[in-house]
Design a protein around this ligand. Sequence first.
Ligand code: SD4
Length: 332
Amino acid sequence: MNSRRYFLKGSLLAAAALSLKPLQGFAGLGKNKPAAGAGGPLVLSTWRFGIQANEAAWEVLGKGGKALDAVEKGVRLVEADPAERSVGYGGRPDRDGRVTLDACIMDQDANIGSVACLEHIKHPISVARAIMEKTPHVLLVGEGALQFALEQGFPKENLLTPESEAEWREWLKTSKYEPIVNIENHDTIGMIALDAAGNLSGACTTSGMAFKMHGRVGDSPIIGAGLYVDNEVGAATATGHGEEVIRVVGSHLVVELMRQGKHPQAACKEAVELILQKFKKRGADLKSAQIGFLALNKQGQYGGFALKPGFNFAVHSTQNNRLLDTDSLLPW
Ligand code: SD4
């Protein structure tokens, strides 16, 4: 079964099991009240794998731990899972058969760390954190990023699993070696959290678009595009067609819209509308595009919105951990 249909099916099943309505169920602005205290703790992450990632993050948040530690721990779970073919170990390779990973992390004090086109390291999010905490820089790429990771003691590993390699070899037969933007061949984990102390942090990690050109970097490691946190306002993260998210500096835009007083869901919707406008102006092909944003404000209100149906996210509060489908601008 292709991964997108699996996502859809998974989310529908989860929603049915929990008797959830789609996002409209809590879309009424201001209805999704903070779960406890000053709004937290609360953690949100993109896609079906967000459920397990949230559980891992909750081991930190539920004990009063920091949002920064929670988001790193949460996304590491997905990075290490070879069954997840769009993040970390087992991620689909580029068109040359190389697994290249992108990740970034941001904390409540606007400390940032980011890594792009990193090979052979299973946990790019932890390399991003080490860049943030141990270097005067914010972004390392390619060879330099690998060198830094090895110096820090990260083990060098083969990330290309037999399953991903087989898929790549199959793709090579028909692709003419041309990267194809396909909404079924990429999914990123973006995670944003509010801790019991009321501080926000976020993390974002991906293997990017499958069969991309070697050296291609999407939005996920670009602070402001794939992730943004402003501890006075809120946090946002993105998934989908990275080139389009970068074009509008999407996650920063969502946070700025929240700063203007917009509810997180309304802010995500407005960012998607802007992306659609740009698509139309350029006469670009919308057929294979998908964009999803997820946002959380300082008060613990949250929401998501997508260009097309199929985007879902997981929310863990003090009450439960559930998967929610978002509304979208367009039908398929
Ligand atoms: C990228 N935004 O590399 C990532 C991929 C993704 O859902 O999130 N897909 O463009």
